[in-house]
Structure formats: structure tokens, C-alpha cells
Design a protein around this ligand. Structure first.
Ligand code: MN
Length: 319
């Protein structure tokens, strides 16, 4: 089910409520970005049939350059033997970024790579010229069942990098910097980019920041995001308000929604408004600005390159 990209019921303009985020500016050169629109995530099935919530691509919002897709995997509680994954499939021309909150996932690929992701771990895979891989629940998780929750983000590659050699960056939870903010009421896990003096260990092909924020009720954060960069927040737990316009209006957003920021400032603001707090991913990135030719797991610049990708895959050149 795909709905129109209009503001859903869960979102309401709060009139007349002055936000502190509208009045406190970190430095004279920084301006808060307002909210362009809010996109609901649509439940859909992926791979062998596991539940994902997908804010984009959707009709009218195919890409958020440089980002091609965001899937929230679950959240789902799976009985023993019920967990499903994505068996062998190819990718070319972009990157897949997997971040697990709960559960356990295992991957194998055509080049002999193998790894297990546990809660808090990140796998940043640059498919480049091609890989064939499987992404499955681990044997232990398959046997025991449990809660599965995580994210897969697809990041496009610029033309110059589309045919680079495939590369993995596997980062265990303990290597992801965690920064305490808002006087101890907020935490940020820095997957890519930097928050304060917390700097990610991941190398990205285009400038990107990827931060997992966890705010307690009333906490507020500010995070720089260059004005020309695409920037969005995906709320996966609780509720909060984002941005603020000149009249001090805020947009209140609940879990399962993506908040796309306008290009009218260089600072993101978010505040937890409910007793259950607010957890969201903040993504921002420099747009690549090149044509996109996509068919499923192949993302190139031209139709001819897509056809070449099919030919290379069919004739075993991904192996
Ligand atoms: Mn994959």
C-alpha cells in the first residue's frame, strides 16, 4: 500500500508554542532548517518475506540524492524458526549500509567474505562493480527467535566510483563513538560524520553523516548539516518535534515517519516531546547530481550501463 506523500494524521502543526530551538542559535552563522515535508513509512515485505517499513522510495519521492532507499527492518518479534532473510542476490553501483538494533544477522558473499552483525554493529558495503551476497538471520537467531530491528540504507555512488572494487567496512558497536548531549539527557551514536568531538571511523565516498540519536523527554539537540546537503530524520521510537519556522511553529512527528528538511539553514534541531522519549536516525549527504538508471539491485547512470550490469551478472562476472 502506497499512500500520497502528504502529511499523515500523526503529524500536527503546533501553533503558538514557542520552541527554545527557535530562539537559541549556536552561532551567528548558523540557521535552523525548517521541515519541507513528512513522509510515512510503508510496511512491505522484502527478501523471503520479512517485514520492513520503507519511507522511500515511494511515488513522488524516488530518491533523496545521494540516498536511494531506507528500510527499517521490523521491529518484529519472531518465534523460533520463523526468521527470514535475503538469500543470494547481486548489487552493483552503490552502497548498502546495515545497522542492527536488535537480533543477529549473517552475511556471505561471492568473494568469500563472511560476518555476523550483532546489536549496535554496522556493515558499510560498497558494492562497486559487483557482489553477490546473502543477508540472513544467524543460525542462533533462527533457532531461538527473538526481536529483530534494524536498518538498511542504500547510498548511491558517483559515476567515478560505480565500478570500484567491492569493499566492506565492518564496524563493531564498540568502535562507534557515542556522544552524550543535552546535559546527559541525549546520546548520539556516530556511524558516519561527526558529532562534537565524536568522529566516525567509517570512510564514505561522498560526504555523509549518519547519526543515531536517543533523547529523553524534553531533551533537545542541534546538529550541523550543510545547507546544500540533503538532510532527513527517520523517527523509529517515541515522538518529537523538528525544525521551527519564523513563527516558532514546530512539527510534531511520531514513529514510522521521515522528516525531510528544507534547504533554508545549516542546523538541524529536534526535541523529544513525549514520556517515551525520541529515537531517530539523522542522515545528511552531499547530492551527487547525476542521472540515475536503476533496475532493482543495479544502480547506474545510463541504460547501457544497466544492460552491461545484467550481462555481467548473467555471465558470471560478479563472481
Ligand atoms: Mn543485499
Amino acid at each position: 500500500m502506497i499512500r500520497k506523500n502528504s502529511a499523515p494524521k500523526a503529524v500536527s502543526k503546533l501553533r503558538g508554542q514557542k520552541s527554545s530551538s527557535g530562539t537559541l542559535i549556536s552561532s551567528p552563522s548558523q540557521t535552523l532548517r525548517s521541515v519541507d515535508r513528512v513522509l510515512p513509512a510503508h510496511p512491505t515485505l522484502e527478501g523471503e518475506g520479512f517485514l520492513v517499513h520503507r519511507p522511500f522510495p515511494a511515488p513522488g519521492m524516488l530518491h533523496l540524492d545521494p540516498f536511494l532507499m531506507l528500510d527499517e527492518m521490523g521491529p518484529a518479534v519472531l518465534p523460533p524458526g520463523e526468521a527470514k532473510g535475503a538469500p543470494n542476490h547481486p548489487h552493483r553501483g552503490f552502497e548498502t549500509v546495515t545497522y542492527l538494533l536488535e537480533g543477529e544477522a549473517e552475511h556471505h558473499d561471492s568473494q568469500g567474505n563472511h560476518g555476523v552483525l550483532r546489536p549496535g554493529d554496522v556493515q558499510w558495503m560498497t558494492a562497486g562493480r559487483g557482489v553477490i551476497h546473502s543477508e540472513m538471520p544467524s543460525e542462533k537467531f533462527q533457532r531461538e527467535g527473538g526481536r529483530m530491528h534494524g536498518f538498511q540504507l542504500w547510498v548511491n555512488l558517483p559515476r567515478v566510483d560505480k565500478m570500484m572494487k567491492a569493499r566492506y567496512q565492518e564496524i563493531p558497536s564498540k568502535k562507534i563513538p557515542e556522544v552524550v548531549l543535552a546535559g546527559g539527557l541525549a546520546r548520539a551514536k556516530v556511524i558516519a560524520g561527526a558529532v562534537g568531538d565524536g568522529v566516525s571511523v567509517i570512510e564514505t565516498r561522498v560526504p555523509i553523516q549518519y547519526v543515531d540519536f536517543d533523547l529523553q523527554e524534553g531533551a533537545e539537540i542541534r546538529q550541523p548539516a550543510p545547507q546544500n546537503h540533503t538532510a532527513f530524520a527517520y523517527v523509529y521510537e517515541g515522538q518529537g518535534s523538528f525544525g521551527a519556522d519564523a513563527a516558532g511553529q514546530e512539527l510534531r512527528v511520531e514513529r514510522g515517519h521521515l522528516v525531510l528538511f528544507a534547504h533554508d539553514g545549516d542546523l538541524i534541531s529536534a526535541r523529544a516531546t513525549g514520556p517515551e522519549g525520541l529515537r531517530f536516525l539523522l542522515l545528511s549527504g552531499q547530492p551527487i547530481g547525476e542521472p540515475i538508471a536503476q533496475f532493482g539491485p543495479f544502480v547506474m547512470n545510463t541504460q547501457a550501463e544497466l544492460e552491461q550490469a545484467f550481462w555481467d551478472f548473467q555471465s558470471g562476472h560478479f563472481l
